[in-house]
Design a protein around this ligand. Structure first.
Ligand code: NAP
Length: 485
């Protein structure tokens, strides 16, 4: 059982137009604790009519909310941020219970989620337009920025709070209103945020969180002519379907999709930094992040030393339930995730990969997979083609820079890439040659609210965070004032 200081943060109800809703009252979605498999609670499966109600109330709220000054909108976001910090421990407990990540990581995610409220709380005042010198003397040309309108947001389970505020904060800062569908595995974090948003003074209808069947809710959001924008974070497969469906109403779309990040270690790398960066990039959230290093490409001269040091560090990790002291790695989200990792490791082994650590389930519970190090990995193995989304390091040896770049770019994804080198010229050359939206040079932890997060190729488009993030939620309107006397 959850022991919260504020028990009312845990809601088994959706949040529709500023009211807590149980939908039709008899269709529910169970939510499980991935560390134990036990049921944590349930949320209502809303009907299409409930979702339409959320959209209608977002539209009604938009008419008022768009008139607020940026300063007033920012003040609500900043207040919301301070309430999240005040209740950080409760929010982290809820997250660990539904998602599985260690409590310290969950607390770190609450800070990350808060950082978007703070950043966009400040940016709300800076939605600047332009003045443009007109070609005719009697004209004045300006560009004003206006909110897109009602936005739909669909978020995944790996960052149950961070992905919510990364979308909702810029939308609300710009003057939009939002209907959000959280992942079914982790709805309680999003719902807890609604309790605090309401306390921060967010008007009714400005944010709804709708729970239930993804296809039904997705269709209601996407087919709606009122919803003008979809922001989706999730798999490339689902992103493609949603993008196609959004053509029906020509919605503005941002997609933060899957990744297949290369992590390149050159012979001239600082070994300590490379191992530390590898751990940071690979094992956060038990390997379940879209920017996790997926393919380790290690140059022949440093290969054995890197593998030895990394294997040693991996053996020292403590896997267990996220609420236990000292635990650094939690479970995978569910059985399907566990079976996927098993399949990828089995395929790699059958094609010649060697296991240095792990390579099997972990006894801590039903969804735990032991931290694993594989070498002799080749590009014929599925593990280099698919997102692993688990605590598995897959190492491929290479001989020179050209080979490393060819291997690194040989993917349809383009989200994050990392490399380690002490050669300045190489750092510039390789950065420019990598076909990815984010590059970490001698750095394995790259997520921050101040920088633009987003991919290229089949990892999607649109930036989240940073001064560019608010662009996704505002339109530029060109105004031509003529016949100026
Ligand atoms: P997913 O299966 O694509 O699901 C993401 C969300 O979309 C869930 O809420 C899901 O609900 C919903 N969904 C699925 N089908 C839908 C439909 N037809 N209409 C509307 N909504 C639908 O992805 P996931 O397994 O939860 O998340 C992991 C993926 O997200 C990975 O590929 C990861 O790389 C990516 N990710 C990307 C970023 C980034 O910023 N680029 C960040 C985090 C994660 P249901 O589960 O109910 O189907």
């Amino acid at each position: 059982m959850l022991k919260l200081q504020r028990a009312d943060l845990f809601r088994e109800a959706a949040y529709v137009g500023g009211e807590w809703s149980t939908g039709n009252g008899h269709t529910w979605v169970p939510v499980h604790n991935p560390a134990t498999g036990a049921q944590l609670g349930r949320v209502p499966s809303l009907t299409r009519a409930n979702v339409e109600e959320a959209i209608a109330s977002a539209n009604a709220a938009f008419a008022q909310y768009r008139q607020w000054t940026g300063k007033a909108r920012g003040a609500v976001l900043l207040k919301w941020a301070s309430l999240m910090l005040e209740h950080k421990n409760d929010l982290a407990q809820i997250m660990t219970a539904e998602q599985g990540k260690p409590l310290r990581e969950a607390q770190g995610e609450i800070d990350y989620a808060v950082s978007f409220l703070e950043w966009f709380g400040e940016e709300a005042k800076r939605v600047y337009g332009d003045t443009i010198p007109a070609p005719r003397g009697n004209q004045r040309i300006t560009v004003i920025r206006q909110p897109v309108g009602v936005c739909a947001a669909i978020t995944p389970w790996n960052f149950p709070s961070g992905m919510v505020t990364r979308k909702v904060a810029p939308a609300l800062a710009a003057g939009c209103t939002v209907v959000l569908k959280p992942a079914p595995q982790t709805p309680f974090s999003a719902l807890a945020l609604c309790v605090l948003a309401e306390e921060a003074g967010l008007p009714k209808g400005a944010l709804s969180v709708v729970t239930g069947d993804a296809v039904e809710i997705g269709a209601a959001l996407i087919e709606s002519e009122t919803v003008r924008k979809l922001s989706f974070t999730g798999s490339t497969a689902v992103g493609k379907k949603l993008m196609a469906a959004c053509a029906g109403t020509v919605k503005k779309v941002s997609l933060e999709l899957g990744g297949n990040a290369p992590f390149i270690v050159f012979d001239d790398a600082n070994l300590d930094q490379a191992v530390q960066g590898a751990i940071a990039s690979k094992f956060r959230n038990a390997g379940q992040t879209c920017v996790c290093a997926n393919r380790f490409l290690v140059q022949a001269g440093i290969h054995d030393a890197f593998v030895e040091r990394l294997t040693q560090a991996v053996r020292e990790m403590r896997m267990g339930h996220g609420t236990e002291d000292g635990v650094t790695l939690g479970p995978l989200i569910d059985d399907a995730a566990l079976r996927k990792v098993e399949r990828l490791v089995a395929d790699a082994r059958s094609k010649g990969a060697s296991v240095h650590a792990g390579g099997e389930r972990h006894p801590a519970g039903p969804s735990f997979y032991a931290p694993t190090v594989l070498t002799d990995v080749t590009d014929t193995m599925s593990i280099t083609q698919e997102e692993i989304f688990g605590p598995v390091v897959a190492v491929t040896r290479f001989t020179d820079e050209a080979e490393a770049l060819t291997l690194a770019n040989a993917t349809r994804y383009g989200l994050a890439a990392y490399f380690y080198t002490s050669d300045l010229n190489r750092s510039i050359r390789v950065t420019e040659a990598l076909d990815f939206g984010i590059v970490g040079v001698n750095e394995g932890a790259i997520s921050t609210e101040v920088a633009p997060f987003g991919g290229v190729k089949e990892s999607g488009f649109g930036k989240e965070g940073s001064r560019y993030g608010i662009d996704e939620y505002s339109e530029r309107k060109y105004v031509c004032l003529g016949n100026v006397a």
